[in-house]
Design a protein around this ligand. Structure first.
Ligand SMILES: CC/C=C\C/C=C/C(=O)SCCNC(=O)CCNC(=O)[C@H](O)C(C)(C)COP(=O)(O)OP(=O)(O)OC[C@H]1O[C@@H](n2cnc3c(N)ncnc32)[C@H](O)[C@@H]1OP(=O)(O)O
Length: 241
């Protein structure tokens, strides 16, 4: 991913990601992809806050549809998808990595990962929650979501948000090694098993997709939510001094 400075998932960047995924899926010589970041120290800062602040309801609806599409397409991809997480990965960045089949995280105490939405005064929607529950179990997800926990590497491994923590200079080589192991499995059997495990979760969003967009637009348009997001963005900007 290369969307400097922080790989935020803007509408334009989400569209690029989806086009790239589609191209790779349509090319039958590809069987797997590794998602990693070109932004030093940052895997992805998550959803782009400027897409959710000070815009009109039509824009929010268009943006949310693209976020849903990203989640559905990566979560259900027939390819083996591995995240080589080489930086901090809050909220939407964590969600993107949770759509992958396997997560390798660099062992750097700055590289926290988690769904921290409550810290921004917003609520992770049910399909973010479902993805986390499917990964770390109900109790850990309940605690992580309510507290907006961002796990440093050792904690992330202990709770199961990631599958492996390795020295920073070994993230890419480990991801390639893991990819080779996954590609050794007969592809049709692996793909069908992935679908078996994930389709019920995806179907829940597919049947409630329009209602989920409407909920998002209603929620994000609230004055109180807009104020929280503006204040959070301002805090990020002022951090520089
Ligand atoms: C109803 C439910 C709806 C939605 C669910 C929401 C999901 C989400 O994903 S919300 C986004 C959550 N993301 C975060 O909380 C991360 C925020 N960012 C950071 O903590 C930091 O930027 C960083 C740790 C990722 C990187 O720190 P650093 O290297 O020090 O960079 P800066 O903080 O100086 O940021 C540079 C530049 O980028 C802007 N920016 C950062 N994050 C975002 C973002 N998510 N969206 C848009 N823009 C972002 C930041 O404001 C700086 O901008 P300027 O250069 O103009 O000041």
């Amino acid at each position: 991913m290369r969307n400097p400075p922080v790989n935020s998932l803007s509408l334009e960047f989400l569209t690029e990601l989806l086009i790239s995924l589609e191209k790779l899926e349509n090319d039958k010589t590809f069987h797997g992809i590794i998602i990693t970041s070109d932004c030093p120290g940052i895997f992805s800062a998550g959803l782009d806050l400027t897409e959710m602040c000070g815009r009109d309801p039509e824009h929010y609806a268009e943006y949310w549809k693209a976020v849903q599409e990203m989640w559905l397409r990566f979560y259900l991809s027939n390819l083996v998808v591995i995240a080589a997480i080489n930086g901090v990965s809050p909220a939407g960045g964590c969600l993107l990595s949770l759509t992958c089949d396997y997560r390798v995280l660099a062992n750097n105490p700055k590289y926290a990962i988690g769904l921290n939405e409550t810290l921004l005064g917003i609520v992770a929607p049910f399909w973010f929650k479902d993805t986390l529950v499917n990964t770390i179990g109900h109790r850990s997800a309940e605690r992580a979501l309510q507290l907006g926990l961002l796990f440093p590497p050792a904690e992330a491994l202990r709770v199961g948000v990631v599958d492996q923590v390795v020295p920073e200079d070994q993230v890419q080589s480990t991801a390639r090694l893991v990819m080779a192991q996954w590609l050794d499995i007969p592809d049709h059997a692996r793909q069908l098993t992935k679908t078996l495990m994930r389709k019920p979760t995806a179907d829940r969003l597919l049947t409630e997709r329009d209602a989920d967009i409407q909920n998002f637009v209603r929620f994000i348009c609230k004055d109180s939510i807009q104020k929280s997001l503006h204040a959070y963005l301002e805090k990020l900007k002022q951090k520089k001094g």
